[in-house]
Design a protein around this ligand. Structure first.
Ligand code: SF4
Length: 376
């Protein structure tokens, strides 16, 4: 049933009301300070998050769009995501393809199949390929390097992003030397206690942070980020994430709401909210005006217009799926993931229209972090 709460007109009315009602003095002070300085004290971050409501959300989103437009105009960068293996030796408690999920239907793409995805994506205008997988031991460093070299050789004008988990510094260096440019490794939470709750004892926050520093030192553009409203997460944990990111200074930040997967230990937990995720996207845009900030698939999963809302909250990247149709439905980190049935052409056309509908345009540039250049 269509109600003012769920129809599009209802959304516009709420947005309009939020933009015209005054923001509380305290929230305005915090947001203006964040806009001017890029940082707040811990207690102000906590207050900003806890006292958020429609009017301050609309106000911070408008400020975030100002920053976004100053640096990127109305451009949105595309990243073509190729999920090439859902086999994982790790066992993160929230993840649908964790090692112990015996119900996950496993697959692994070979080099040729991955190159076919890149070829198709290139034809649709993608200039970044994101190679993502579980921590799959079959994909040795040698195989990964060979894959990178082939992609680099065939698509010299494209960026290659890896998202294949925790490795040694030597491994990271070999991928970089083979031609990889960027690496995504979400820190998930900067709070040691929460990290322990979300991961088995063998996986530590210390290792995760070591990996991020190694990647940065080698010369990658690095991406970190956290889950929003993971089970047991507090406002204090989120504030910790913001301080951690400020110190790390990543080039990309990926955040998305926690979404439970029914075959994991967190199967009965509540999903994270769209509102808080959007609010944090705006906070991050004000903290890092030039950062590459995706409106994630997870956001689109919890809200059909989540990705458009993410862009309007300050994000500037979207990551459509380029994986072959027969495996898309198997890379299920969480339940009800969207876009598992569409082919890449339909997906990129859909994104183009979605962006156009909110006054933004897909860019065919690589979209590197401003100022980044490759260390030879
Ligand atoms: S989050 Fe990544 S490392 Fe953890 S179980 Fe899932 S695929 Fe493996």
């Amino acid at each position: 049933m269509i109600t003012p709460e769920n129809c599009r007109i209802g959304e516009y009315i709420r947005e309009f009301r939020a933009q015209t009602l005054p923001v509380s003095e305290e929230q305005k002070r915090r947001i203006d300070c964040l806009y001017e300085t890029g940082m707040l004290e811990r207690k102000d971050f906590a207050g900003l998050i806890e006292e958020r409501e429609e009017t301050s959300a609309a106000y911070i989103a408008a400020k975030a769009r100002e920053r976004q437009r100053e640096h990127f105009g109305t451009k949105v960068y595309l990243r073509g995501l190729i999920e090439f293996s859902n086999i994982c030796a790790s066992n993160c408690l929230y993840c649908g393809i964790r090692r112990d999920n015996a119900k996950a239907v496993r697959y692994r793409l070979g080099e040729e199949a991955i190159l076919d995805c890149c070829r198709a994506g290139y034809g649709f205008g993608f200039r970044t390929f994101v190679l993502q997988s579980g921590e799959d031991p079959w994909w040795t460093d040698e195989r990964i390097c060979s894959l990178i070299q082939r992609i680099r050789g065939e698509f010299p004008d494209c960026a290659i992003t890896l998202s294949i988990g925790e490795k040694t510094k030597e491994s990271y260096r070999s991928y970089y030397e083979a031609g990889a440019d960027r690496y995504l490794l979400r820190h998930e939470t900067a709070s040691p206690e929460l990290y322990r709750r979300l991961h088995p004892p063998a996986q530590t926050l210390q290792d995760r942070i070591r990996c991020l520093h190694d990647l940065k030192e080698i010369g990658y553009q690095i991406g970190a980020g956290m889950m929003v409203e993971a089970p047991g997460q507090t406002t204090e944990d989120l504030v910790r994430d913001l301080f951690f990111l400020k110190e790390l200074q990543p080039d990309m930040i990926g955040i998305g709401p926690f979404i439970p997967h029914s075959d994991t230990p967190f199967g009965n937990e509540k999903a994270g909210s769209v509102d808080l995720t959007l609010f944090l996207l705006s906070v991050l845009r004000l903290m890092f005006p030039k950062v590459l900030l995706p409106a994630t698939t997870a956001l689109g999963t919890v809200d059909p217009r989540g990705r458009e809302k993410g862009i309007l909250a300050g994000a500037n990247v979207i990551m459509p799926n380029l994986s072959p149709g027969d495996v898309r439905g198997k890379y299920l980190l969480y339940d009800n993931k969207i876009c598992t049935g569409d082919d890449p052409e339909k997906c990129s056309r859909c994104m183009e229209l979605r962006m156009k509908s909110i006054g933004y345009a897909i860019s065919e540039e690589r979209g590197d972090a401003p100022g980044w250049s490759r260390r030879v």
